[in-house]
Write a protein that binds this ligand. Structure first.
Ligand code: FES
Ligand SMILES: [Fe+2]
Length: 389
């Protein structure tokens, strides 16, 4: 079977196309199909942010689950999450990326407690003939769970109770160990393209010489037989090793605290998260966490957290000092690669209305087919739970 030939027979597509339907771009092109897709994804564990932004009592950050704005806040030892809509007249309670302070709405000063109940309502008796708790007004809570320093959330859904650990599968110990950042750097760039196109390019190990010639080199094609693709749960990984057990070994070493990165490794989690360990120089590795946050059918915010790979957890002084020099270089490199990928996605988005068949995925794009299979499973699960409600 050919994978990249221009003369490929259209009747015999590559075996690894994940049997994508001809109309796979519907939610990429049509706002209504995108809205329906997002409604079905609201029950999926979604990465929201890092606990490094929630160190002090009252710290909060804003994020989103399937385009619905949410915020996560520390109340003492606990984290709580709510939809970012006031129960009074739906003003957003949080209007910045992050901050600290009680939950007080900026429109009429209603105040909420850690359960999301309205406990302070100005002129409550005069205006409502009731004290605040008698109004029964409350915020919509979200379910939260953490993995290492990563906070995940989802909207409650009937019939969906899978734990975060089960959802992340063998990736759980890798995220738990890999997320132990001290002070991650952070970048967010808007991309005028659908989030799935972003996920696809992150799963594509074929485009680098064409798209990133300055960062990765012009001749750097990977040879499929030299690398390993792994599927776990609904997710997948690329590890630069032929060992078929490389992912299990990575997870085991993360679990018992002995992992030391030696090769490029990347784990992608549906719907829109990845964690990668990459070499910067000598034997020094960095870790990046990226999130393709959907905004609309043709707009995404690409968010990235990156930091020296936390293996071993306590860096040597050579590492600690050299990381100060490395930090701006890594930032520049990540920003360049993000922009180069974003431009490709934006160009595909512009022509997406013309697409009427699945892509011709070769063996270095095999995981895009896997991703699309998982995506269709999530869509079906979302439809089932919506029908039960
Ligand atoms: S909308 Fe929040 S207090 Fe009125
Ligand atoms: Fe890329």
């Amino acid at each position: 079977m050919s994978t990249a030939s221009g003369s490929m027979n259209q009747d015999h597509p590559p075996a690894c196309d994940g049997t994508m339907p001809a109309d796979w771009t519907r939610a990429i092109v049509e706002p209504a199909a995108f809205a329906e897709e997002q409604r079905r994804l609201a029950h999926v564990w979604t990465f929201l942010g890092m606990t490094t932004d929630l160190r002090k009592d009252g710290d909060w950050f804003r994020s989103s689950i399937a385009t619905r704005s949410v915020f996560v806040q520390r109340f003492g030892a606990e984290l709580r999450g709510f939809e970012n809509l006031c129960a009074h007249r739906f003003y957003p309670l949080r209007n910045a990326e992050r901050g600290n302070g009680p939950v007080i709405c900026g429109f009429h000063h209603w105040q909420y407690d850690r359960e999301g109940r309205a406990v302070g309502v100005p002129q409550s008796r005069e205006l409502y003939d009731a004290v605040p708790h008698e109004l029964g007004a409350r915020l919509t809570p979200i379910e939260l769970s953490t993995c290492g320093q990563m906070v995940f959330g989802r909207f409650k859904s009937l019939g969906i109770s899978q734990s975060l650990e089960d959802f992340l599968d063998v990736g759980f110990p890798v995220l738990a160990a890999g997320s132990q950042a001290r002070n991650p750097q952070y970048l967010a760039i808007p991309v005028e393209a659908n989030w799935r196109l972003g996920a696809h390019i992150s799963l594509d190990d074929y485009h680098s010489p064409a798209v990133h010639p300055r960062t990765f080199g012009k001749d750097g094609y990977l040879r499929r037989r030299d690398i390993g693709y792994h599927r776990f749960g609904l997710h997948s990984a690329f590890i630069n090793s032929k060992n078929v057990d490389a992912l299990e070994h990575l997870a085991e070493a993360c679990r018992n605290g002995t992992y030391r990165p030696r090769r490029y490794s990347i784990l992608q989690f549906v719907p829109n998260l990845l964690m990668a360990f990459f070499r910067t120089d000598f034997d020094f590795f960095h870790c990046s966490v990226m999130l393709y946050e959907p905004v609309s059918h043709d707009r995404t915010i690409l968010r990235a957290w990156f930091y020296p790979a936390p293996f071993p957890p306590r860096p040597t002084w050579v590492r600690a000092v050299s990381d100060l020099v490395r930090a701006p270089l890594v930032r520049h490199y990540i920003k360049t690669v993000m922009r180069e990928d974003a431009l490709v996605c934006e160009r595909i988005q512009k022509g997406a209305g013309q697409i009427s068949r699945p892509p011709l995925l070769g063996r270095l794009e095999e995981r895009i087919g896997w991703f699309e299979e998982s995506y269709r499973e999530l869509m079906k699960a979302g439809e089932r739970s919506a029908n039960q409600e």
